[in-house]
Design a binder for this molecule. Structure first.
Ligand code: NDP
Length: 487
């Protein structure tokens, strides 16, 4: 008979926390889970899932002209944001219920409450009730952060996008990471005039240079007014008190803001979006936008949780510091997912949760493997990647680079300029594929499969021995015979 109320108390009902709770319960553990927001967490409620549904919604725009090129008599349709948004939220409600049912079905006790740590084995719920547990798993995720600048409250963050009262005519997106680039493509696809500021020289820092270059080019081709080496220096409401700010200027047009057509939007989005916003940028331009979206990074949810008070170590970016078994400095407390700021991806949080259960409840110490994680950025076209960039590989050892870029059959037929990129970075020493980079429609689907081969340690010759599937885009990945360069 345990001295504790539970064997495991999980704080956070996102992908990682829910999976760990269910798998531990399936092992016979007595498990509780507390969540102070909606069950499903960032991925299901305000991240991957609604984002991907918006990707689908936005991708139909091109479909009309493509269909005409293929002989269909179709006209460009109008997009009704409210129809899509309401359907989206119905779907998210359904998914949230699925998550609850999964927990219920596994025998996990759910507390719809915030929980904080009181000591190494005790959590306190919002109503003051305390619960004890042999192990505590913190899986509280992260939240978007806005830059520290005057009037930043006027901007919205990715969480807010799914609740916009109406589709804006213009939007400025600040940032050059996953979220900024994905939403730039989504909003442009839905018909919004998108301007994007990225402070660095090229978007998607840390990814393969050639892939970044092609994506930036394709985004501009799509009509996104992308400015690199650019940031906001000043922003304020462009309201009647500042009529001078509501007058369109030549630079407004250059930045893509159609001030004439703009109307003051009244929204209830996190105090932001209460009307058009005037922005001055570091390149000296001025413009007015219906919304400013800050996609300037995310921070771990570790504030006011009593973590440091009980001896848990917190890193420079606010993350819980854990070892390879996800164990914190307090041995009974573990942490997984974005709150640890290791690799902030849903499937990684799930893996970390499973490895935690394996270690703690199955007596099989399992360190988490963060090597060769495939991932995709849902720009249009998508970018699928696994392994090293060419730049990182070059630093490590001698390499060969195999690369091809071409117009795929489907879009070439429709007279579209879209290009795709297939690239393999190969070790000269042992011929292993060190990195695979694909920029193409559905590259996310492709990289999942290529990722298996790369994870297995496939060599370039293994790829060469594989017969092409014809006619496909991905066949190029097994038909590149000569290196484009060596380094
Ligand atoms: P990222 O860290 O990827 O990007 C943040 C961007 O904002 C960077 O371009 C950064 O510039 C810029 N930035 C940061 N601070 C400022 C500032 N003060 N002023 C101007 N620009 C600034 O964060 P995201 O929010 O895009 O994504 C968070 C994480 O979520 C990702 O790392 C990823 O792990 C995950 N994610 C994964 C997705 C997927 O798998 N498809 C989709 C969405 C998110 P700089 O480069 O100069 O630092």
């Amino acid at each position: 008979m345990s001295d504790f109320d539970y064997d495991l108390f999980v704080i956070g009902g996102g992908s990682g926390g829910v999976r760990a709770a269910r798998v531990a319960a399936a092992q016979g553990a007595k498990v509780a889970l507390a969540e102070d927001d909606r069950m499903g967490g960032t991925c299901v409620i305000r991240g991957c899932v609604p984002k991907k549904l918006m990707v689908f919604a936005s991708s139909y725009r091109e479909g009309f002209s493509d269909a005409r090129a293929y002989g269909w008599d179709v006209k460009d349709g109008d997009f009704h944001w409210n129809v899509f948004r309401d359907h989206l939220h119905t779907e998210l409600d359904r998914l949230e219920q699925v998550y609850r049912n999964l927990l219920d079905g596994s025998g996990v006790e759910i507390f719809d409450s915030r929980a904080v740590l009181k000591d190494a084995h005790t959590v306190q719920l919002a109503d003051g009730v305390t619960k004890s547990a042999k192990h505590i798993l913190v899986a509280t995720g992260g939240h978007p952060v806005k830059p520290d600048m005057p009037n930043a409250h006027l901007g919205i963050v990715s969480d807010d996008i799914f609740h916009l009262p109406e589709l804006p005519q213009s939007m400025l997106i600040v940032g050059g990471g996953y979220i900024a680039c994905e939403f730039a493509c989504i909003m442009a696809g839905l018909g919004v005039k998108v301007t994007q500021f990225y402070r660095g020289a090229q978007i998607l820092r840390g990814f393969d240079d050639e892939a970044r270059g092609l994506i930036a080019e394709m985004m501009r081709e799509q009509g996104i007014d992308l400015h690199t080496g650019t940031n906001i220096v000043e922003m304020k409401p462009a309201d009647a008190q500042h009529p001078e700010n509501a007058v369109p200027t030549a630079s407004d047009a250059a930045m893509g803001a159609d001030v004439q057509q703009m109307k003051a939007l009244q929204t209830d989005v996190s105090g932001a979006g209460e009307g058009p916003i005037w922005v001055k940028s570091t390149n000296g331009r001025e413009g007015v936008f219906d919304y400013v979206l800050f996609a300037t990074g995310r921070s771990p949810n570790t504030q006011d949780m009593g973590l440091e008070e009980i001896g848990i170590q917190i890193g420079r970016r606010g993350e819980i510091l854990v070892d390879e078994y996800s164990q914190s400095a307090v041995p009974s407390v573990y942490a997984i997912g974005d709150v640890t700021n290791r690799v902030n991806l849903t499937p990684v949080a799930i893996r970390e949760g499973m490895a935690f259960v394996e270690t703690v409840f199955k007596g099989n110490p399992t360190p988490i493997d963060h090597d060769l994680i495939p991932s995709a950025i849902f720009t249009q076209p998508e970018y699928g990647t696994v392994g090293l960039t060419e730049e990182a590989a070059r630093e490590q050892e001698e390499i060969e680079v195999y690369c091809t870029s071409f117009r795929p059959m489907q879009t070439a037929f429709a007279g579209k300029p879209g290009r795709v990129l297939m690239k393999l970075v190969v070790s000269k020493v042992n011929r292993k594929i060190l990195g695979c980079h694909i920029v193409a429609p559905n590259a996310g689907e492709m990289i999942q499969l290529a990722g298996i081969a790369v994870k297995m340690g496939a060599t370039k010759e293994d790829f060469d021995r594989t017969v092409a599937v014809h006619p496909t885009m991905s066949e190029e990945i097994v038909t590149m015979r000569d290196p484009m360069r060596t380094a």
